[in-house]
Write a protein that binds this ligand. Structure first.
Ligand SMILES: Nc1ncnc2c1ncn2[C@@H]1O[C@H](COP(=O)(O)OP(=O)(O)OP(=O)(O)O)[C@@H](O)[C@H]1O
Ligand SMILES: [Mg+2]
Length: 248
């Protein structure tokens, strides 16, 4: 194992023949995908296809019935509590729904992301780094998070998820509600972590073009099955695929 936690030759994430859902309802019917260290994979597909369920299954918020999920070569204990995902496997999750605590300040929200980090100096350093790179958050650091715009809230959520320096970031609709400039800010934030820390990103994007332009690999999910998996560039360039699956 290296200091980034990866086992030699193993992808960051390998999902094989995954069947998962909620209670008796099976939503994913044999999903297989893999993601390398420092790589990004964008899941696209129609509403209800099961995109969020893939992320939920990895994070322990959906029931896994069959198949396997491995992170850096180690099998995820799918029945373990979601809170163990960060500690044990370095996985962070930015949900589709907003998860900012409106009554806490912007800074308090951010610090919550590092609550497992014991070294106060290190926490302060990471907090200051976020404020140095996101001036609009810095201006409101002592205000209640409820005063943030939707876009600022999204950036705060993502910055909070990155506080523990995860190895794998699951992120559902990062660009939702964001103006074009903020979308660029979010994707730049992710890309810089990919390069500097080998962060791997599994994202879901409603804005298909945007997601595929950012990601290395694109995966089209339809009815709980992977219909196509290919380099994102190829998917973007293939008009017939876009017409069939991407609701253009
Ligand atoms: N917590 C839950 N309990 C029961 N069923 C759920 C739950 N979450 C999602 N589902 C069901 O699972 C199916 C797939 O939902 P999922 O959220 O994974 O789709 P999605 O591809 O992310 O869609 P969208 O693009 O609308 O976000 C849907 O039929 C949905 O009703
Ligand atoms: Mg979803």
């Amino acid at each position: 194992m290296s200091d980034r936690g990866q086992a030699e030759g193993e992808p960051r994430l390998r999902i094989e023949r995954l069947h998962a859902g909620y209670g008796r309802a099976e939503i994913l019917h044999g999903v297989t995908l893999s993601l390398d260290v420092g790589q990004s994979l964008c899941l696209v597909g129609p509403n209800g296809a099961g995109k969020s369920t893939v992320l939920n299954a990895i994070f322990g918020l959906a029931d896994v019935r069959e198949g396997s999920i491995r992170v850096d070569g180690r099998a995820l204990e799918t029945r373990s509590h979601p809170s163990l995902r960060m500690e044990g496997f370095g996985i962070a999750y930015v949900l589709q729904e907003t998860s900012v605590f409106p009554d806490l300040s912007v800074e308090q929200n951010l610090r919550l992301g590092a609550y497992r980090l014991r070294d106060a100096a290190q926490v302060n350093e990471r907090v200051e780094h976020v404020f140095a790179t996101h001036p609009r958050l810095a201006e409101r650091r002592r205000s209640q998070a409820r005063v943030l715009s939707g876009g600022e809230r999204r950036i705060l959520e993502i910055a909070r998820a990155l506080m523990m320096k995860p190895r794998l970031l699951l992120i559902d609709e990062p660009s939702i509600g964001l103006e074009p400039r903020a979308v660029v800010e979010v994707f730049e934030m992710l890309r810089s972590r990919q390069h500097s820390e080998g962060l791997s990103v599994l994202l879901v994007e409603q804005n298909v073009r945007q997601g595929l332009r950012f990601a290395d690999v694109g995966c089209v999910l339809v009815g709980g099955r992977v219909a196509i998996s290919a380099p994102a560039q190829d998917l973007l360039g293939d008009g017939s695929i876009a017409d069939l699956f991407l609701n253009r």
